[in-house]
Design a protein around this ligand. Structure first.
Ligand code: BDR
Ligand code: CA
Length: 310
């Protein structure tokens, strides 16, 4: 089994990522850490606890992380997409267990240093503040983790700004820290996630499954479709975050290319941009890759199989 820590801000698509990780037999969730992003830290942490309960992950620690970016005053929450609660319109059990006493960064360090080297994959699917803090507090985690598979960025496209994707834009300094460390990083950016559309066909197939997890997923995708249509004009919503989990489980469902990536954190118009050098083959020692093409059918089949398991 592949061991992962999911650092998230649920959030509709974060919820899908958690369901996939919980229901797939080839992945073991060592912990869930939370970060302010789609909503405030308090709200996303409550959501994480409740999703964990629904997905039978309540034996797994949930550790809350940073309530704000490293340098900037506050996150710009995405209430226009995810609602005031971060998961508006969805039914979840109330969680009857509490968060880990440790900060997310400390939890990540403890877990990575406890497990054998090269066995833990970090899966950040929100702003990168917790990961940046962890690496500054304990630099040895860079050599110790297997890889960092993150949802964020894009090859010179953005969603929150012309050139910036939400997770990177919310804490560009943290993203800069994370990308400059020499651990293997796979960037699952908008180029890839814009192919992970929840089509009517996919939604119908999920609606026919008789599990609590599938019913919840149906609500999530219905709301996500509505808000993406209303605020961004998408006919079908791109379900970003589970793409990172899917890559960990089966990287062959994506085309990935090695390329140097740097984060712009001082640009006048380009703050939060991931600058990807695709001009020529990457140098031997390049530690970053970007995901470019998704097998849509295999991706959704994997999610559907996971919710059937829960
Ligand atoms: C990312 O931003 C968030 O709103 C989503 O959960 C996803 O992680 C997409 O840009
Ligand atoms: Ca997210």
């Amino acid at each position: 089994k592949k061991k992962i820590i999911i650092d998230c801000d649920p959030g509709y698509d974060d919820a899908v990522a958690l369901l996939l990780a919980a229901g797939n037999p080839n992945v073991e969730v060592l912990g869930i850490t939370t970060i302010a992003g789609n909503q405030t830290l308090e709200k996303v942490t409550r959501n994480a606890l409740r999703i964990a309960k629904l997905a039978h992950l309540d034996h797994v620690s949930v550790a809350a992380g940073s309530a704000r970016p490293l340098l900037r005053d506050q996150v710009v929450v995405a209430a226009n997409i995810h609602g005031e609660s971060g998961l508006d319109g969805c039914t979840l059990p109330e969680a009857d267990y509490t968060v880990d006493q440790r900060n997310a960064a400390q939890f990540i360090i403890d877990t990575v240093m406890r497990e054998p080297p090269q066995t833990v994959t970090l899966v950040p699917i929100g702003p990168l503040t917790n990961i940046a803090l962890a690496v500054r507090m304990e630099p040895r985690i860079v050599e110790r983790v297997k890889e960092v598979v993150l949802m964020g960025g894009g090859c010179h496209i953005g969603n929150i700004k012309p050139m910036a994707e939400f997770n990177i834009e919310n804490d560009p300094e943290a993203a800069h820290i994370v990308f400059e460390e020499k651990w293997p990083i796979v960037m699952i950016g908008l180029d890839l996630t814009y192919q992970a559309l929840a089509t009517a066909e996919v939604k119908n197939e999920i609606a026919a499954i008789d599990t609590d997890a599938a019913r919840f997923l149906t609500q999530v995708l219905a709301r996500f479709s509505e808000t993406y249509k209303r605020s961004k004009g998408f006919d079908e919503p791109p379900v970003h975050d589970p793409c990172a989990v899917a890559y960990v489980i089966d990287p062959t469902m994506m085309q990935v290319r090695k390329a140097p990536v740097h984060v712009e954190y001082r640009g006048l118009y380009t703050n939060g941009m991931t600058v990807v050098d695709l001009r020529k083959p990457a140098p031997e020692d390049c530690h970053t890759s970007v995901a470019l093409k998704l097998d849509h059918k295999r991706f959704w089949d994997m999610i559907i199989a996971a919710v059937k398991n829960l």
